[in-house]
Design a binder for this molecule. Structure first.
Ligand code: UDP
Length: 331
């Protein structure tokens, strides 16, 4: 039995590969290396460079490796880019996922785990959001993922395939053992931006909006450590293999931190101050997005091990330092 991880050279995918290898699984990665890095793939995993919509290639990977589960991370993830170029997102995230599901069904792969997102919910409030909340994505990115969930649901009803779609909240941090981390240049995510600023890779950073209806006026998010997220996928895999039914579940910790609290945590981890400017709101940001994760805890038996903002930030900062030396070693 082998697990096929698409997008396994990317941020979350590369952590998943380590999580599976650490658990003794055999892993094959399929990645186009458009945003991922070959060095991010654990050496014990087999890497195939190619596209998830290449039916012949995926079919042969499945047959040659006796793949019994696909964990599908490959896709585009930048919300504003999806607004500017929606058709690219529907192609890359929705059409290609459709083709991948079709190949999985044709080849008789019984288990499919899909990376979905909190962006399938509309503007959330301060209350933790449950899976049965109103689905109203505000971007083509969110809709491209929701359509994939629906295709999986319908394929699951019609064919012999069971799936788990995990809706991620704000994924952050890095492998505590320093083996991989968020490496994409030009990242926009708060914790990565703050760590880059602390290390002098940016002259300053901005807080996008200080007049939100939250306790300190800045936006609140549910930051989840990438290793806990990978563990949730491993548990989802176990559950499907044990005969578990298809499931859609949130992955977050069920409590939020404000932008200012995150920046304070980075200051603590770094031990020194760095320049932070108070700026205007960023278009499209909701005041608060926090998961209700009761379902994942109950159904997957998921007990987060790293639910601690300071630990998430410390791991992210440690990885940022490793990345600096990797990049300078490459010249
Ligand atoms: N944010 C910020 N400055 C930055 C990047 C992000 O103030 O340089 C804020 C952003 O407005 C949001 C929160 O941090 O309220 C999390 O943003 P991120 O882009 O990390 O994730 P999102 O929740 O948008 O997926």
């Amino acid at each position: 039995m082998t697990v096929l991880v698409t997008g396994g050279a990317g941020y979350i995918g590369s952590h998943m590969v380590w999580e599976l290898l650490d658990a003794g699984e055999s892993v094959v990665v399929l990645d186009r290396l458009s945003t991922g890095f070959e060095w991010a793939v654990a050496p014990e995993a087999k890497l195939v460079v190619g596209d998830v919509a290449d039916k012949e290639l995926v079919g042969s990977i499945i047959r040659e490796n006796k793949v019994d589960a696909i964990i599908h991370f490959a896709g585009s993830i930048v919300v504003p880019e999806s607004v500017a170029d929606p058709l690219a997102y529907y192609e890359n995230n929705t059409s290609k996922t459709r083709t991948l599901i079709e190949t999985a069904v044709r080849e008789g792969v019984p288990h499919f785990i899909f990376s979905s997102t909190a962006a399938v919910y509309g503007g959330a409030g301060l209350e933790p959001v449950r899976e049965d909340a109103r689905l109203a994505p505000e971007s083509p990115y969110g809709l491209s993922k929701l359509m994939s969930e629906w295709m999986l649901r319908d394929a699951g009803l019609a064919h012999d395939i069971r799936y788990t779609a995990l809706r991620y909240f704000n994924v952050a941090g890095a492998d505590p053992r320093g083996r991989t981390g968020q490496s994409t240049p030009g990242a926009t995510h708060l914790i990565k931006v703050a760590c880059e600023t602390a290390l002098g890779k940016r002259p300053f950073m901005q807080v996008f909006g200080t007049d939100y209806p939250t306790p300190d006026g800045t936006c609140m998010r549910d930051y989840i450590h990438v290793s806990d997220l990978a563990a949730a996928h491993r548990l989802a895999l176990q559950r499907l293999r044990a005969g578990g039914q298809s499931l859609v579940a949130n992955c977050g910790y069920s409590h939020g931190y404000s932008v200012l609290e995150v920046i304070d945590s980075v200051r603590r981890a770094f031990g020194r101050d760095f320049e932070v400017k108070m700026g205007d709101r960023r278009p499209g940001d909701a005041a608060a997005v926090v998961a209700n994760s009761d379902l994942a805890r109950a159904e997957l038996g998921w007990t987060p091990q790293r639910d601690d903002l300071d630990q998430i930030v410390a791991d992210a900062l440690a990885w940022e330092r490793i990345l600096t030396s990797k990049n300078s070693a490459r010249g």
